[in-house]
Design a protein around this ligand. Structure first.
Ligand code: FAD
Length: 506
């Protein structure tokens, strides 16, 4: 019988996507006949941003046999308990989106109904005080979550802020140690098979040619294989998400690093501030339809409090996705498969799930159309869910109601026509406090809760199961929950002390 197994896997690009894929797939197929080659051009370089992650990154590197402390030391990382949104609802208002739960569900009814009932009874409380992750973050503290939490009040998770260049180097080391072959050369031509348009090989500027059965395109925004060679097409969501540029700049690290990403609303977008052990990453993500590059740069420079380490770098992007993440024998991963924008740090997480999809649907040389369809369907849905979550952050702003913060950008965000998938979610939450959960959701109800509460999009109706409870009777048990969290926070070490003790490079 003919052996149809894929023998030669070629990864194009050595940024975060390329090296994460190389490290993970080499490990997954260890001992087998699959050869993995990665081609990258050190002349072209990588995008060099992508420093904030979500907790799934920890599962990803743990599967490679790396511990949190090893990765934190190798990448000068700090701990991330969530994101602090400053000025998004209105100027002067802030809230934290933590990686963790809020409160404790009682009698099978979700906690937020009890919280709302107490508020409607005249005792409004801050939902953040029911989240250990958010409360630690607000206090500038960090501790690892308990392995065996006594109840949901102590359930939270965490992620890293890491140096993207150092992380790619770490992934490269793991991949090469396990047998991935690296070629440093510029790809000058992509050769297609005349009979079916599949990619046959790549010509390099060294004069060599690299052949492959399956190609993973991690070449960044340009999509060297998926777009330039196969002309797959791109679905732009620029009518839903206006930001399409960013200035990125690193600055000196001064003061104790916060255990969260700071994201602050600006006149035509938002600014990030990401603390690493040795420096800060800063950037202004903006809409070129609403502000000029010059004005955005001036706004960023005026806002960064410390010394810049280089001239800010302008990056252009088009929010959207590749129409097919998998086309013929090419699978796009990372920026070549699409990009929404940096808010909520979803891009590296989408690389992780992309790698999982490749593992789950790895083909043979027949490239069964059902596998390709499943991969593309899953990728599309996942990306649309993330898109909806991000749109919510802009659409729900009330900046036009605040003095001095009203700009055309934020008004235009209010006026966006929500996709039906998101409208349904928002309506069901507003009417009944109900979370709609589709397949392939990256963000779970607790994350949606954080954003709904942060933007004061709250349900009018409390679960009728609580009709028999007097709101005042909830005062004591909910105060107990806040107290239990406050006690843990009081005993936790400052984030800087945790880093000093465990995470500084050796
Ligand atoms: P790149 O880093 O662009 O790598 C492309 C590779 O292809 C390079 O190695 C290059 O040499 C190679 N290549 C290209 N052409 C050729 C050729 N002809 N021959 C040989 N090699 C070639 N994500 C997050 O998760 N968190 C964040 O906080 C975050 N912030 C971001 C902020 C901004 C402003 C932007 C634009 C993105 C951000 N991202 C973030 C996304 C993140 O940066 C990317 O998902 C991640 O870096 C992966 O990039 P990549 O590997 O796909 O592409």
């Amino acid at each position: 019988m003919q052996d149809k197994r894929i023998r030669k896997l070629v990864i194009v690009g050595g940024g975060t996507a390329g090296w994460m894929a190389a490290a993970a797939l080499r490990r997954h197929f260890q001992g087998g006949p699959l050869e993995i080659t990665l081609v990258e051009s050190s002349e072209i370089g990588t995008i060099g941003v992508g420093e904030a992650t979500i907790p799934t990154i920890r599962g990803f590197y743990q599967q490679l046999g790396l511990s949190d402390i090893e990765v934190m030391r190798a990448t000068q990382a700090t701990c991330k308990l969530g994101i602090r949104f400053d000025g998004w609802l209105r100027e002067g208002h802030a809230f934290i989106h933590p990686f963790g739960l809020f409160g404790q569900d009682l009698r099978g009814v979700p906690f937020h109904h009890y919280w709302r009932k107490l508020a409607q009874g005249g005792e409004p409380t801050n939902i953040q005080d029911y989240s250990l992750g958010a409360s630690l973050a607000a206090a500038g503290k960090f501790m690892a979550p308990p392995r065996n939490p006594a109840n949901s009040l102590s359930i939270f998770d965490w992620a890293l802020h890491l140096d993207a260049g150092l992380f790619a180097q770490l992934m490269r080391r793991v991949a090469e140690d396990n047998g991935v072959r690296r070629i440093d050369a510029r790809i000058t031509k992509v050769n297609l098979r005349p009979e079916d348009g599949f990619v046959a090989s790549l010509d390099l500027d060294t004069g060599a040619t690299v052949e492959g059965d399956l190609f993973i395109d991690c070449s960044g925004f340009r999509g060297l294989l998926i777009e330039e060679a196969l002309q797959t097409g791109y679905e732009s969501w620029s009518d839903l998400l206006f930001c399409d540029r960013a200035f990125a700049v690193q600055s000196e690290g001064v003061g104790d690093p916060a255990p969260y990403t700071e994201v602050k609303a600006q006149s035509a977008g938002w600014r990030w501030r990401i603390p690493l052990q040795h420096r800060y990453g800063n950037g202004y993500v903006f809409s070129s339809r609403h502000i000029s590059d010059e004005d955005a740069l001036a706004e960023l420079k005026a806002a960064v409090p410390d010394r810049l380490l280089h001239a800010p770098r302008l990056i252009r992007f088009n929010p959207g996705r590749r129409k097919q993440a998998w086309n013929r024998n090419v699978i796009a991963l990372g920026l070549s498969s699409g990009f929404l924008e940096p808010l909520e740090s979803t891009s590296i997480a989408l690389i992780e799930t992309g790698v999982e999809k490749i593992k789950a649907l790895f083909p043979d040389k027949d490239f069964a159309p059902e596998l390709v369809d499943e991969f593309n369907d899953w990728s599309r849905r996942e990306m649309e869910r993330v898109r909806d979550f991000i749109i919510l952050h802009y659409w729900a702003n009330q900046r036009s109601r605040g003095e001095g913060s009203d700009t055309a950008f934020w008004r235009d965000c209010n006026a966006v026509t929500l996709p039906d998938s998101l409208r349904r979610k928002v309506e069901l939450f507003r009417q009944r406090g109900h979370f709609v959960r589709y397949r392939w959701e990256m963000f779970q109800p607790a994350s949606w809760m954080a954003i709904y509460a942060g933007f004061e999009l709250l349900p009018e109706m409390v679960d009728p199961a609580l009709d028999g409870i007097d709101a005042q009777a909830l005062s004591a048990p909910l105060a107990e929950m806040r107290k239990a969290i406050a006690e843990v926070v009081a005993s936790a070490p400052p984030h800087a002390a945790f880093l000093d003790q465990y995470c500084r490079p050796a």
